[in-house]
Write a protein that binds this ligand. Structure first.
Ligand SMILES: [Zn+2]
Length: 226
């Protein structure tokens, strides 16, 4: 899925961690469950330090009838600091008609809100999407500017990787034509491949694709309560 785009299908949870007393313990699972992206504004946690990212209680824990869901994994979402502080204890008085902030497990998010690659803004497609856009201030100028900048970096990285790969092809041809020695060729290939790796790392950081360590189901089961 492209950077900042909302899912077009409901997410089925991949993990079932055991019950912990502190909901913050679930952050490491939620980070992988939702691919390092805030489920509400689609910002990847790799753009800067992810210290600002945390655990959102979809059904707010401050509402007494939801207090029992405080450590229920299915009620928890990976969320950036902005969205978490803006969403707060949002919950509709009318549970039948909403408006709800949509989440990727219960809703097809793209039916409610879409990323506009031209404007860098999030466009509402339903009343619930509009509620979410306003409440979470999804189009605040800083966020829109960040999205546009990140899209530019993705484009530049893609162009640069293409250019470097063409350079590798040109080096191979020069070697085949006897225009350079094998030693010269290999040394230049090492340098170009290092540049390709740097561009890929930057691309991964911008898109949230930087790999995380695998979570062991075995260790998960042995994890002690904090
Ligand atoms: Zn967010």
């Amino acid at each position: 899925m492209g950077l900042y785009h909302y899912p077009k299908a409901q997410h089925k949870r991949a993990f079932r961690p055991r019950v912990f007393k502190n909901y913050k313990t679930y952050k490491r699972w939620l980070q992988q469950e939702f691919n390092r992206v805030c489920v509400y504004c689609r910002e990847p946690d790799t753009l800067s330090s992810n210290l600002n990212f945390g655990v959102d209680h979809y059904r707010p824990k401050s509402i007494s009838r939801f207090a029992s869901l405080a450590c229920d994994y299915t009620n928890l979402y990976y969320c950036c600091g902005n969205c978490n502080s803006r969403k707060k204890a949002d919950w509709p008085a009318d549970e039948t008609n909403g408006p709800y902030v949509v989440n990727p497990c219960d809703h097809v998010m793209a039916d409610h809100i879409r990323f506009n690659v031209v404007s860098g803004e999030m466009d509402a497609r339903s009343a619930w999407g509009e509620h979410m856009r306003v409440l979470l201030q999804l189009n605040d100028p800083a966020s829109v500017a960040t999205r546009k900048n990140q899209l530019l970096i993705v484009k530049y990285c893609g162009d640069e990787i293409g250019r470097l790969k063409r350079q590798l092809t040109a080096l191979r041809k020069k070697l085949n034509r006897g225009e350079m020695t094998r030693q010269q060729h290999d040394a230049e290939v090492v340098a170009v491949e290092a540049d390709i790796n740097s561009a890929i790392q930057l691309l991964n950081a911008v898109t949230g694709a930087t790999p995380l360590p695998t979570l062991s189901k075995h260790k998960m089961a042995l994890q002690l309560h904090p």
